[in-house]
Design a protein around this ligand. Structure first.
Ligand code: PGA
Length: 228
């Protein structure tokens, strides 16, 4: 399987900045074989989804940073999984540690988001920290486990420049596979072009926050991964 590398822009970037990043990215991608070596995903804020969908190369996957735990309906401010699908979204990040920490999301809400994604045909990327891998797995219907990608996302490593050691990522990856089954497992938390190769034999891909914000850093990381 190709490594899956997702740029998670979080609440960064204005409309203009998104345009500049995508234009420069498309130009580089056109002249590169990189898209054949790596599965790339971009997770912009929902408000830029249409723009990114229109301008992005077809080989690059559109990713949502979050999804509503409810279906279409009277849920002001929420974006339903079927709305995301209608924009061409293929994957949705659910239960990111920032959502749990700042927005109070719990295992049940995350499980409901997973169910909405699967129902709509989106692959959920379920984020877990090592303390609650098992609890999160129990909250999700076991029939759905095999349809998930799971990401080990330690809050302590996110945006801090303190990535988790490869040995510990390997332990948590095994633990995730014990409870979710043989699903793809990603790692996220201060991954850069300089440390990504440490996880080459352990992880099926990475969630990239800070190092995806400038194209220069993200491209360096993609290049490092494509040479694995
Ligand atoms: P970071 O964020 O790369 O800035 O640590 C990763 C993430 O939150 O997915």
């Amino acid at each position: 399987m190709k490594k899956l590398v997702i740029a998670n822009w979080k609440s960064h970037k204005t409309h203009k900045e998104v345009g500049r990043w995508i234009d420069a990215f498309e130009e580089k991608l056109d002249h590169s074989l990189l898209k054949d070596a790596v599965r790339i995903g971009i997770a912009p804020s929902d408000i830029y989804m249409a723009k990114v969908a229109d301008e992005l190369n077809q080989s690059v996957a559109l990713v949502a940073q979050d999804v509503s735990p409810f279906p279409l309906g009277k849920y002001t401010g929420a974006t339903a999984a079927s709305q995301l699908v209608s924009m061409g979204v293929k994957y949705a990040i659910v239960g990111h540690s920032e959502r749990r920490h700042y927005f109070g999301e719990d295992h049940i809400q995350v499980a409901n988001k997973v169910a909405q994604c699967i129902d709509a045909g989106i692959t959920p990327i379920v984020c877990v920290d090592d303390e609650y891998v098992a609890k999160q797995a129990v909250a999700i219907d076991s029939d759905m486990h095999s349809k998930c990608i799971v990401a080990y996302e330690a809050l302590s490593a996110i945006g801090t420049g303190e990535n988790i050691s490869a040995t510990h990522v390997a332990e948590v990856t095994d633990e995730i596979k014990d409870v979710f089954g043989d699903v793809p497992v990603l790692y996220g938390g201060s991954v850069t072009s300089s440390n990504v190769t440490e996880y080459a034999k352990i992880s099926d891909g990475w969630l990239i926050g800070t190092a995806s914000l400038t194209l220069e850093n993200f491209w360096a990381l993609l290049t490092a991964v494509s040479n694995l």
